[in-house]
Design a protein around this ligand. Structure first.
Ligand code: NI
Length: 418
């Protein structure tokens, strides 16, 4: 990786391409750091990423990409066509910030109270811009196309779904997709990969329990929604223990339960709300179906009625094995095998990269950003979080290397297997 880094004379070999990527990425780190900090100072909430999108579009146009703006409201898509025909690979970053007031005291801290890049999406955007610039400089060596997705509204806005519905996976059709997420639980310089389920589905439910109220001293003349609600809460706890495969992680939590106004009145209704977290399509479907069935059956048994409302969250994020193999090979080339870890446990958080993975093979990997001990690193979604610019070079090189490997040889073993 040290010979002749700026030359394209060794472009036909993977080693030559990798040295080329490394040199180009290193040359950009200063500018990409500046961009990242500018984005950090000007965070925008979901579907409001106008300034962010404009900055991205300017960069991509300057690099010679074909650019579409206003995709899924505020998203930006860049298309880099290689010199020779071939497959199409997509790389994705999310652009939105969170409704938090920053408390880092950084010189480039958020200039907007109540808005903060507390999940590192500023870093994701900056690194993907850097990756686009690196690969644009190697256009003559590419067989195929690279699409760069900058999506709005990852934080609860289903921006990934809106991008898919806007047709970003077509014209040219995307054959594989990759993304990274910064990860404070891994040291900077490390990369984490998880085969299979990586993040949970995040659905929620509300159950309105309808009884028939009356005097507390004449329970035989009423239908008590409080007793009914308690039976339903209890019944819901049998979903995980008796309806879902025990090796398939599911959580059912009732987080809100409200009823009644006075000690001597049986109320007319009760209301509960909760969340269902699941890791597989099967676990998700059976848990959500059971919520409705148990609520309705329990209500009927006690002469009451229920109205069940399920609000779909993100699907589970499930990486494809062959895509993980490819990321792993690309990452090992950048940081060495010792610094690539295969993560044992998924996270019960959610991620809307799941929508792309439902449609095309691909994988999301974790980019380490911890500055020292991982226990001391501020967590994602907190007011003291800050992306680590020391991870920029590794992020760009791994994304670019992944795309190059895919264009060169496709996914190991042919197609994704999920
Ligand atoms: Ni995030």
């Amino acid at each position: 990786m040290s010979t002749n880094p700026g030359s394209s004379s060794t472009a036909s070999s993977a080693i030559g391409a990798s040295a080329n990527v490394a040199a180009r990425a290193r040359a950009l780190v200063g500018e990409i750091t500046t961009l990242r900090r500018d984005l950090h100072a000007h965070p925008e909430l979901r579907f409001e990423e106008e300034r962010t999108g404009a900055a991205i579009a300017r960069e991509l146009e300057a690099a010679g990409l074909e650019v579409r703006r206003g995709v899924a409201k505020t998203g930006v898509v860049g298309l880099l066509r290689g010199a020779r025909p071939g497959p199409t690979v997509a790389l994705r970053a999310d652009m939105d910030a969170l409704p938090l007031t920053e408390e880092t005291g950084l010189p480039y801290a958020s200039t907007h109270p109540g808005r903060m890049h507390a999940c590192g999406h500023d870093g994701h955007v900056a690194m993907l811009v850097g990756t686009a610039r690196v690969l644009a400089g190697m256009r003559g060596e590419l067989s195929g196309s690279v699409k760069f997705f900058f999506q709005p509204a990852e934080e609860g806005g289903h921006g990934g779904l809106r991008m898919c519905e806007a047709g970003v996976l077509e014209d040219p059709r995307v054959d594989a997709i990759f993304a990274l997420h910064d990860w404070p639980f891994l040291p900077v310089g490390d990369i984490g990969i998880r085969y299979g389920p990586m993040m949970a589905a995040t659905d929620s439910f509300a159950i309105e329990v309808l009884g028939q109220g009356g005097h507390a001293a004449y329970p035989h003349k009423v239908v008590d929604p409080i007793l009914l609600a308690c039976r339903i809460v209890e019944g819901l706890q049998s979903i995980v223990s008796r309806e879902v495969n025990p090796v398939d992680a599911v959580v059912v939590t009732v987080g809100k339960l409200h009823a009644g106004t006075a000690v001597n009145i049986i109320p007319n209704f009760a209301r509960m709300e909760g969340t269902v977290r699941s890791m597989s399509v099967a676990g998700r479907e059976s848990a959500l179906a059971a919520v409705a069935r148990i609520a309705e059956g329990t209500a009927t048994a006690h002469r009451g009625r229920v109205k069940v409302e399920i609000t779909p969250g993100y699907p589970p994020t499930v990486n494809h094995d062959a895509a993980c193999d490819l990321v792993r090979a690309a990452a090992e080339e950048v940081v060495g095998a010792a610094r690539v870890s295969i993560l044992g446990e998924p996270s019960m958080g959610g991620e809307d990269f799941s929508y792309y993975l439902q449609r095309v093979p691909g994988a999301m990997f974790r980019l380490g950003i911890a500055r020292g001990a991982v226990e001391a690193e501020p967590a994602l979604h907190t007011t003291t979080f800050n992306f680590n610019d020391d991870a920029i070079e590794v992020g760009i090189r791994t994304l670019a290397g992944t795309a190059l490997r895919f264009l060169e040889a496709g996914l190991p073993g042919g197609k994704g297997d999920r």
